[in-house]
Design a protein around this ligand. Structure first.
Ligand code: DX5
Ligand code: ZN
Length: 220
């Protein structure tokens, strides 16, 4: 049996004035993980949230916090996000020279370690990380903003990463992030994704629509 696809709503598209309620609403609507986009205005051209917000949101759900770190340098913040309640922490190799060290630090903190690839970054970047990581995050938009269009060339990368993961025999999530909607979700799943991040497509229509949005993204 094919396991169901996990849905990780990106709270970047939530109402920031009511973030706690929004997290409770997506939890009740059936999300699997809560995707938290951390941006520094340096590695990516936008600024979002830090460990204090993650800590403030932690009591609002027991679902895993999937923390996507778009910050450079990242190492100095790993402990703070772990203490704040992150369950998965994902770093970008383009953001610094020591991705292997960052991955080891995340694991030493007892958290799941992810590596994210920007659209122009080849899957090959994973060759010497695949034995250590718990998640690969394929960016299907250039990171920095929600609401962008899915970049079709990333489907080939998802297929390549799927092969690498299967060959490794390890339990590694393959997550896709950016421009996921009811049309692109099935294409990402067909290419081998098992986890979909969706900001705009989850939060569109307000709380009354979240459950239906999540169900449709999952393809069920
Ligand atoms: C982009 C972020 C994404 C983004 C997804 O830098 O990593 O998580 O919020 O938003 P949508 O689903 O609207 O493309
Ligand atoms: Zn993200």
């Amino acid at each position: 049996m094919v396991p169901p696809v996990r849905i990780a709503p990106s709270i970047l598209s939530a109402d920031f004035a009511r973030l706690g309620e929004e997290v409770r609403a997506i939890d009740e609507a059936g999300c699997d993980w809560v995707h938290v986009d951390v941006m520094d205005g340096h590695f990516v051209p936008n600024l979002t949230i830090g460990p204090m917000v993650v800590k403030a949101l932690r009591p609002h759900t027991t679902k895993p916090f999937d923390v996507h770190l778009m910050i450079s340098p990242v190492d100095g913040f790993l402990d703070a996000f772990a203490e704040a309640g992150a369950d998965i922490m994902t770093v970008h190799p383009e953001a610094g020279p020591h991705t292997h060290r960052s991955v080891q630090r995340i694991k030493a903190l007892g958290k799941k370690a992810g590596v994210s690839l920007n659209p122009a970054t080849p899957a090959k970047m994973l060759d010497y990380l695949i034995d250590d990581i718990d998640l690969v995050l394929v960016m299907s938009v250039n990171p920095g903003f929600g609401g962008q269009r899915f970049i079709d060339s990333q489907l080939r990368k998802i297929e390549s990463v799927r092969k690498m993961i299967d060959k490794s025999g390890r339990d590694i999530a393959l997550e896709v992030d950016g421009g996921i909607d009811f049309e692109t979700a099935p294409r990402a799943i067909a290419a081998g994704a098992d986890t979909l991040v969706a900001g705009t497509a989850t939060f569109r229509g307000g709380p009354a629509a979240y459950a239906d949005n999540i169900r449709r993204l999952r393809g069920s």
